[in-house]
Design a protein around this ligand. Structure first.
Ligand code: T46
Length: 142
């Protein structure tokens, strides 16, 4: 995968155990491969109009997440307020850390795309930054 240039991010590599013909097993442990204690997981699939849909378009004030593309592919665009970067996620063994104060957008989903997210805290809508101008102010003042 491309090198991550934006702040508060990075590539997260899972451990891989491949055995032919039995199959492959990918693993990651909290505070080891995954750099936080995991309090929530969610996954996204069935993106019926994959190429026309935009998801994300927000940042988080406090939580960290790691995002994996388990199947198919999609484009992840990251923006730390200074630097922007766009990458195609397609390798299930490599996730991307979405730290706090990092604007993220998901697009160009393949129809078979399955996304897994591990999060450091419970779901809380107040913790989202959904307005881009406010996000830039929030990043600048901290
Ligand atoms: C993120 C990206 C990668 C919940 O009820 N519980 C949850 O844990 C989550 C994540 C969402 N929701 C509700 C909130 C909305 O009514 O599910 C609905 C869809 O959420 P949203 O529109 O925020 O979905 P995405 O794909 O734009 O963003 C999600 C996460 O919300 C976000 O934290 O980083 O995936």
């Amino acid at each position: 995968m491309t090198r991550i240039k934006v702040k508060n991010s990075g590539i997260i590599k899972l451990k891989v155990r491949r055995k032919f013909p039995k199959g492959s097993l990918f693993s990651g442990e909290a505070l080891r491969e995954i750099p936080f204690k995991i309090k929530r997981i969610y996954f996204i699939r069935d993106i019926a109009e994959g190429r026309r849909i935009i998801r994300g378009n927000h940042a988080h004030k406090r939580i960290s997440q790691v995002i994996f593309c388990l199947h198919g592919n999609f484009r992840l665009t990251l923006d730390d307020g200074d630097t922007k970067q766009s990458i195609m996620l397609k390798n299930p063994t490599e996730g991307v850390l979405l730290g706090p104060k990092l604007w993220m957008r998901m697009s160009d989903f393949s129809l078979d795309c399955v996304i897994l997210v591990l999060a450091s805290d419970y779901y809380e809508e107040d913790e989202y930054l959904r307005d881009y101008k406010y996000f830039l102010k929030f990043v600048a003042k901290k």
